[in-house]
Write a protein that binds this ligand. Structure first.
Ligand code: ADP
Ligand code: MG
Length: 323
């Protein structure tokens, strides 16, 4: 370990907080953690590579935020309580300004959710960030992809398609991912891409309410498709019910906004299925969390996802990539 590496790690270590169940954190060969007696560990890992998972010019604060957010989103979709994480950093050079801004974003989100960084690795190489996040839950309560049942209702949180529309605008040169946009709606879309909100409180609250859940990282059709495959069921969704933001509608119009909601990724909302009898509980939850929860369809026998071709569904469902 070089001196530069040591001081980088030290800059990160000083940002972490104590947690009673972290017996030994950053500084030894490995961390010592004390899981709660009788609970299950929930473990997930996600890597973000510069130029692949985020535009290379993305602000370091936003990279720090998103690196943790995508992992917290995976814990949320399982219904887990976040506890600990590790961070593997590959950096082209050891710039302290960059590390400090990265840490500002990373720890803003970590502290909000009480997840503590307990270790990691720091190497020189192309910019790449990899987090392993760990959470806990009571045995048997995880929100699994294979737990959807026929006649369940399909729900999604928040709005869908915003991040894909922002990404497309950035690729088209009409949105600057780095800076605050003058237009409030454009800035809303930018932040949906740069600083997604992992739905941790929702995931926790859905334990005992929802059957199956998944976070929408690859697009609703793809991710709900995972639930259907794993559960051995199909789904019918009504594109007219898809929750799209005012900003998305203003930017690309309602038809393309729905198309983005169906196929666009990177929103990190939760898609979940629940028995129809849970509708009042889910509506109460939506009010308590001040988070829209929208019923978009139903789990049906068979396989695949039916969408849009019936009745007066809007026409023009060309692939979003052809926008
Ligand atoms: P080793 O060579 O034994 O793997 P390192 O020199 O890589 O140890 O790391 C020293 C300590 O700093 C370890 O506790 C490790 O977990 C921690 N660490 C290294 N890089 C990071 C990082 N990017 N974030 C958090 N902790 C880190
Ligand atoms: Mg090491």
């Amino acid at each position: 370990m070089s001196l530069a590496e040591f001081s980088l790690i030290e800059r990160i270590r000083t940002r972490t907080h104590a947690r009673a169940d972290v017996l030994l954190g950053i500084g030894d060969d490995a961390a010592l953690l004390q899981p709660r007696a009788g609970e299950q560990l929930v473990v997930t890992a996600d890597t973000l590579n510069s130029g692949v998972h985020f535009p290379a010019e993305t602000a370091p604060y936003d990279i720090g935020w998103k690196t943790l957010a995508v992992n917290l989103s995976d814990l949320a979709s399982m219904g887990a309580r976040p506890a600990w994480c590790t961070l593997a950093l590959s950096l082209p050079d050891a710039q302290t300004d960059w590390i400090d801004a990265f840490a500002d974003g990373f720890f803003a989100l970590a502290d909000e959710h009480g997840i503590v960084l307990v270790g990691g690795d720091t190497t020189r190489g192309p910019l790449s960030l990899s987090v392993t996040a760990m959470g806990q839950l009571v045995p048997g309560t995880a929100l699994r992809r294979d737990a959807a049942r026929v006649d369940d209702e399909v729900w999604v949180s928040g709005t869908l398609g915003d991040a894909a529309i922002a990404l497309r605008a950035w690729q088209g040169g009409t949105l600057d991912v780095r800076g605050v946009a003058d237009d409030a709606q454009v800035d809303y879309l930018r932040l949906r891409l740069a600083r997604p909100t992992p739905r941790v409180a929702l995931g926790r609250a859905l334990v005992g309410v929802a059957h199956a859940a998944v976070d929408v990282s690859d697009g609703l059709l793809a991710d709900l498709g995972h639930i259907c495959e794993r559960s051995g069921v199909g789904a019918r969704i009504d594109p007219k019910r898809l929750p799209v933001s005012a900003a998305a509608r203003a930017r690309v119009g309602i038809t393309q906004a729905r198309e983005a909601a169906l196929r666009g990724g990177d929103d990190y909302e939760l898609c979940f299925t629940a028995a129809p009898s849970q509708r009042p509980a889910i509506e109460a939850l939506s009010a308590r969390l001040s988070l829209p929860l929208t019923r978009i369809g139903t789990i049906i026998p068979g396989s695949g996802i039916a969408h849009g071709s019936d009745d007066d569904a809007p026409r023009g469902y060309e692939h979003f990539n052809e926008l």
